[in-house]
Design a protein around this ligand. Structure first.
Ligand SMILES: Nc1ncnc2c1ncn2[C@@H]1O[C@H](COP(=O)(O)OP(=O)(O)OP(=O)(O)O)[C@@H](O)[C@H]1O
Ligand SMILES: [Mg+2]
Length: 220
């Protein structure tokens, strides 16, 4: 299992955000989570990253992360989890290869491996191999670079929070095409949070976060 939430309980102030929330996401599968602004979608991503500590169990790549110490958590996250945000959150002065290789270096890869892997992955994901600052790329190219950075350490789990939220229609479609190929091509589970129904509908399952739980469209 790439990700498992069991009986999550979490409050912000006196408001319950998660109430016995459950999710099982196997490797090779994608799930989209939709829900109104403020319903807790980004907080759910933070739980999977171990940045927010709810009650209940959070398992990533088969290991419970809720009771892990900070250092172990950081190591586990680096080895098993990739994440893509709305604006890519890349370093704009570095080239795409440097941005992606950096994530490999931080996880302990040798300089040579990190750069070779970064170049291969970027080529596979269709980012032009131009030697220029990431800040000068188009929004779509930046998001592809962000996906490459998230995949460089071969994670079991890929998390994406509004990955197409800042893109026009053409780029939204090409980034969504790419994202939903990831579970099959790179053997991981994909959790995408999105407000975009067309993007969500490409996932194997669409769940709605409401009243602290994830429900299927029928409300079952
Ligand atoms: N550290 C915090 N302290 C207090 N409240 C918080 C904290 N983190 C999140 N919240 C609140 O929890 C709720 C859920 O926030 P979250 O960002 O997860 O929503 P979201 O579903 O991602 O919304 P959006 O669609 O706008 O991105 C919000 O009301 C937010 O203000
Ligand atoms: Mg959010």
């Amino acid at each position: 299992m790439a990700l498992e939430f069991r009986s999550l309980q979490y409050r912000v102030g006196d408001r319950p955000l998660f109430d016995e929330l459950e999710l099982r996401l196997p490797v090779g599968e994608s799930v989209a989570v939709m829900g109104p602004s403020g319903s807790g979608k980004s907080t759910l991503i933070s739980c999977a990253l171990g940045l927010v500590k709810p009650q209940g169990a959070v398992q990533v790549a088969g290991v419970d992360i809720t009771s892990m110490r900070r250092k172990d958590l950081a190591r586990h996250r680096g080895a098993h989890t990739g994440v893509v945000f709305q604006f890519g959150e890349l370093l704009p002065e570095l080239t795409p290869v440097e941005n992606v290789a950096l994530a490999g270096l931080l996880a302990g890869a040798s300089r040579r491996d990190a750069y070779v892997d970064a170049e291969t992955l970027l080529a596979e994901l269709g980012v032009p191999a131009a030697d220029r600052a990431t800040g000068t790329l188009s929004g779509g190219e930046r998001q592809r670079t962000a996906v490459a950075r998230a995949l460089i350490n071969k994670p079991a789990l890929l998390l994406a929070d509004e990955p197409t939220g800042a893109l026009d229609d053409v780029n939204r479609n090409s980034v969504a095409d790419l994202l939903f190929q990831v579970p099959g091509r790179w053997d991981c589970g994909l959790l995408v949070v999105t407000h975009d129904e067309q993007v969500a509908n490409r996932a194997d399952r669409v769940l709605h976060l409401a009243e602290g739980r994830l429900r299927t469209r029928s409300g079952a």
